[in-house]
Design a protein around this ligand. Structure first.
Ligand SMILES: [Zn+2]
Length: 318
């Protein structure tokens, strides 16, 4: 049984049973016994690396974790960025974490989701799947069209050893539910890279059903979802958006678990303070977001195991 520790300034919380045996999906022609377990690595914010040994998929990878738009920590001596500043990536850090990728799934175009994708897409040659807004931003950075798949939601694409269903989504209810941004980039939009941080607009939001050899993962990049779009999906693993703004939504936790068929494994995502660099304590967000969520899931879905990810510590699911 694997154990992961959340290393925090105030306390150490040990989560057990991070290697979770799950029923193997019946797939014609696939010898599931020969495949390796799914390995997941949390980059923070809504960012992930997920690999089954054959296919490596990145989701909203944003290791740079720039300090921008306020917030942050007094001990973080990195530069402060305003939203009007030119977007930058910490390429040294990215290079130390990401060497290859086959696909990059982008939930929406905001900087904390898309900000490092231009560099990572160029470096890895990965195919990127996202909204037209996302694709227009990547084109501005010179990513070739044959790497880019603009989607609107509803697509269900088969690739070599991997398939992905694109699920229409909805952004977190930021600013006490007053957030609403209908701006989109399209083929007529003129963008010149490098962009300013504020030019990374949402451009609509998506979720993905990422189907690996043995597991179906439903991904979220926001603390929100369109209930009817999740009906019938029933993933093995749910990456659940767990942050404070969800508390302003009607029975979010119950509707999310119920609609997705009470997944055997739920992994909180986008729960951390992403303005802090790796290595800084996330204890405040663990107490605010994770612990109450674990308690709620225990009541609503006792058969569900909640796995709390630790930045950059890979864990496996068999
Ligand atoms: Zn966003």
């Amino acid at each position: 049984m694997a154990r992961l520790s959340l290393r925090c300034a105030a306390a150490t919380i040990v989560f057990t049973a991070l290697v979770v045996p799950l029923p193997v999906k019946a797939q014609a022609g696939v010898d599931a016994g020969s495949s390796t377990p799914l390995e997941l690595t949390y980059f923070g914010a809504a960012g992930w690396k997920i690999t089954d040994g054959n296919v490596t998929v990145l989701i909203d990878p944003w290791p740079s974790r720039l300090k921008y738009g306020g917030g942050g920590h007094p001990d973080d001596d990195r530069p402060d960025y305003a939203r009007t500043d030119i977007a930058v990536s910490d390429t040294t850090l990215i290079d130390s974490l990401i060497s290859e990728a086959d696909f990059i799934l982008v939930h929406h175009g905001h900087f904390d989701h898309l900000g490092d994708v231009p560099y990572i897409a160029r470096k890895t040659g990965a195919k990127v799947i996202g909204t037209e807004t996302t694709v227009m931003i990547l084109r501005a950075y010179g990513i070739p069209n044959d790497q880019l798949y603009a989607v609107g939601g509803g697509e269900d694409y088969q690739f070599d050893g991997f398939s992905v269903r694109v699920v229409p989504g909805i952004h977190s209810a930021l600013n006490e539910k007053h957030y609403h941004d209908t701006r989109r980039y399209d083929r007529n939009t003129v963008l010149e890279a490098p962009l300013r941080i504020e030019q990374f607009i949402e451009g609509g939001s998506l979720s993905f059903l990422a189907r690996f050899d043995r597991h179906d993962i439903l991904t979220m990049g926001s603390m929100n979802f369109i209930e009817r779009e999740f009906v019938g999906i029933e993933p093995d693993i749910l990456l659940a958006g767990i942050n404070g703004s969800r508390l302003g939504l009607y029975e979010y936790d119950r509707r999310l678990l119920e609609t997705t068929g009470f997944p055997p494994v739920v992994i909180p995502t986008h729960w951390d303070n992403f303005r802090l660099p790796y290595g800084f304590s996330q204890q405040a967000n663990i107490e605010r977001n994770i612990l109450p969520f674990i308690e709620t899931v225990g009541e609503l879905s006792p058969g569900t195991r909640v796995i709390t990810p630790v930045h950059l510590e890979p864990f496996t699911i068999r």
